[in-house]
Design a binder for this molecule. Structure first.
Ligand code: GLN
Length: 189
């Protein structure tokens, strides 16, 4: 197994210590060839508009859609969750790999970064009981969910960790904490 870190922009390097701690091979993916070398992909937090632009410029949008449609396990974090969404701010999203609607920066731009305690019952199967530190940085709000999307965690009423089949999204950043159980969950998909 080789976990790809989409390395066009954003917080991809922050995942390396978690994957190293778990002994999982990884590689930074920046073009369609690199995508072929990995068996799963993390789409990091960052700026979704910039990543969207680079995905198109580097010819990765279509190959990535195809890989995800073909069953490649994929985890989008914050901006990565935005890229995976079917609908973003009422318009068609980039990868459209998760039937959900998101609203970018829905909690405000400057005042929107905070840590909230999050319960994630599904991680108890991996031996970790919450609460977890949910680090939110200009997070999107998941405003609607389509068929087959499972909600693993909420903050207040909003879904913040969702999954359909082998595609998962968190609107918070586990890679910015020392917690590795989210990465363990991801490599088990
Ligand atoms: N606000 C960013 C966006 O919409 C996401 C922020 C993040 O990934 N921490 O792309």
């Amino acid at each position: 197994m080789v976990v790809g870190l989409l390395g066009l922009q954003g917080a991809f390097l922050d995942h390396i210590r978690h994957l190293d701690a778990l002994g999982i091979a990884h590689r930074i993916v920046r073009d369609p060839d690199g995508l072929q070398q990995v068996s799963r992909l993390i789409i990091p937090g960052g700026e979704s508009t910039v990543m969207d632009k680079f995905l198109l410029e580097f010819g990765m949008m279509e190959p990535l859609r195809e890989r995800i449609a073909g069953g490649m396990p994929t985890w989008g974090i914050c901006a990565g969750a935005v890229l995976l969404a079917e609908t973003v701010d009422g318009r068609p999203g980039s990868l459209r790999a998760l039937p959900m609607s998101v609203i970018r920066n829905a909690y405000g731009r400057q005042l929107a970064s905070r840590v909230r305690p999050i319960e994630v019952p599904i991680l108890e199967a991996l031996g970790r009981h919450g609460p977890f530190s949910g680090v939110f940085i200009r997070a999107p709000r998941i405003s609607a969910l389509g068929a087959g999307v499972v909600v693993h965690a909420r903050s207040k009423a909003d879904p913040v960790f969702v999954q359909r089949r082998r595609v998962m999204a968190t609107t918070f950043h586990p890679e910015l904490t020392s917690e590795t159980v989210f990465h363990r969950y991801f490599i088990g998909l």
